[in-house]
Design a protein around this ligand. Structure first.
Ligand code: F6R
Length: 240
């Protein structure tokens, strides 16, 4: 992987936004892989200025994951987050941006439907990734198969605690999610993993230079030929 150490989140956002703007200029119907959580927010922030005036009417996007059983209208559903942080501010066509369907009705088909939609779009050009403190990417928690596709998973206690900050209490964080698999993520043509802060340093070191193991799902990126890792000094601090 190419490792880029940046001074702060804003610099990371500017760098990745530049890459995305160049992709969209080259390919107006580019397929973006969108992450949620705190990490990608500086990218979406920087894209507002970077894409203003660009023709984004044909840009497509697929989110990595969604909570299962959370009302899609809940402000912290990833459907809501993607609408609020990405689709609306960037002026994207909401019909071209998909988030996995976490509603319980028909959940057994939602993973396969999502995979089919990604395949129909021709695959993801650039996948933005954050990493969990336990090394997850998407919501592929430790133990996830490197061949996995979009499916329902159980969130670990650690991830539910980490994400409790978005809810009133940890009890409100859903127990389950629907997430692109590691196999799905590895099919994207370019992976861009971002991480900020000391709390991510072990996960970053494991992902970038630890053994390739399902105990640290982020290490799957070592199997991919085109990966960019953008980290601040603190998140880079455990790298050799
Ligand atoms: C979000 C996702 C997760 C997050 C990870 C880090 O779509 O797939 O893997 O990227 O949990 O979360 P933050 O960025 O909030 O630290």
């Amino acid at each position: 992987a190419e490792i880029v150490i940046v001074p702060d989140r804003a610099a990371a956002g500017a760098l990745v936004a530049e890459e995305i703007a160049a992709l969209v200029a080259r390919r107006p119907d580019a397929v973006l892989g969108l992450a949620t959580g705190s990490t990608p927010l500086p990218v979406y922030e920087a894209l507002r200025a970077r894409l203003s005036g660009a023709d984004v009417s044909r840009v497509r996007g697929f989110a990595l994951d969604e909570y299962v059983g959370l009302d899609p209208a809940h402000p912290e559903s990833y459907r809501s987050v993607i609408a609020r942080e990405v689709v609306e501010p960037l002026g994207l066509d909401p019909d071209r941006i998909r988030v996995p369907d976490g509603t319980l009705e028909g959940i057994e088909h939602h993973g396969a439907d999502y995979e089919a939609a990604i395949a129909e779009a021709g695959g993801v050009d650039l996948q933005i990734l954050g990493v969990g403190t336990d090394g997850h990417i998407g919501f592929n928690e430790p133990g996830s198969s490197f061949a996995s596709r979009t499916r329902v998973k159980t969130l670990t206690a650690q991830t539910r605690e980490d994400n409790a900050r978005f809810f009133d209490s940890v009890d409100e964080v859903p127990m389950h999610c629907i997430t692109q698999g590691l196999g799905t993520i590895l099919d994207a043509r370019h992976l861009v993993l971002l991480a900020f802060g000391e709390g991510k340093s072990e996960a970053v070191a494991g992902a970038v230079e630890g053994p390739v193991t399902s105990s640290l799902p982020g290490s799957a990126i070592q199997l991919h030929p085109h990966v960019t890792v953008v980290v601040d000094e603190a998140a880079a601090s455990a790298l050799a």
